[in-house]
Design a binder for this molecule. Structure first.
Ligand code: ADP
Length: 170
């Protein structure tokens, strides 16, 4: 059984086995969660990201996929980078957002991560409406069986995000 928990705070301050990064496909850093993870985690993370770009992901990490690196100086063993879809009202990209959560949990399971912290993927710079982003996040992790992951922790940056997730968890 996987336990779902909600906390309000900064994902880079969590002590967990794996921290999920709302990355972009370049894997070379960005703003929001991505910027905070690289700032606090230090250069070791970027170094592994560069190596991934030079090998398996020459064209970048596709939207909806996930890949792990070291967590550097963070209080975690791994960072799992996933690329959320940019919200666009003219096309339903929900399946890609769901895929981020599913693929991140798959990678977490392969690594043996028992505790995993997620941000609200795509709800920042990528513009996904918070209530819908929370619904997809909660539904998807509830539907994803993991024999390895014991705790999934959503780390919500502000009260609005926390309230949206709380409404979904019930
Ligand atoms: P995306 O590009 O996928 O939209 P962002 O990093 O811009 O990713 O934002 C994703 C969500 O994470 C937003 O709701 C944002 O408020 C939140 N966020 C930003 N910084 C942090 C942080 N340090 N810890 C947790 N959540 C954060």
């Amino acid at each position: 059984m996987t336990t779902l928990t909600l906390v309000r705070g900064d994902i880079t301050r969590q002590r967990v086995d794996a921290i999920v990064n709302a990355a972009n496909s370049s894997l070379l850093g960005g703003g929001g969660v991505d910027g905070a993870i690289h700032r606090r985690g230090g250069p070791a993370i970027l170094q592994e990201c560069r190596a991934l770009r030079a090998s398996k992901y020459g064209r970048g990490l596709p939207t909806g996929r996930a890949v792990a690196t070291t967590a550097g100086a963070l209080d975690a063993r791994w960072v799992i980078h996933t690329v959320g879809p940019v919200y666009y009202a003219g096309e339903d990209r929900s399946a890609l957002l769901a895929s981020c959560y599913r693929e991140s949990l798959r990678v977490a399971g392969e690594l043996g991560a028992r505790t995993v912290a997620f941000p609200a993927i795509s709800t920042g710079v990528y513009g996904w409406p918070m209530d819908d982003g929370a619904r997809i996040a909660v539904e998807t992790v509830r539907d994803t069986e993991s024999p390895v992951v014991e705790e999934i922790r959503f780390v919500l940056f502000d009260e609005r995000a926390y309230a949206a997730f709380e409404a979904q968890v019930g």
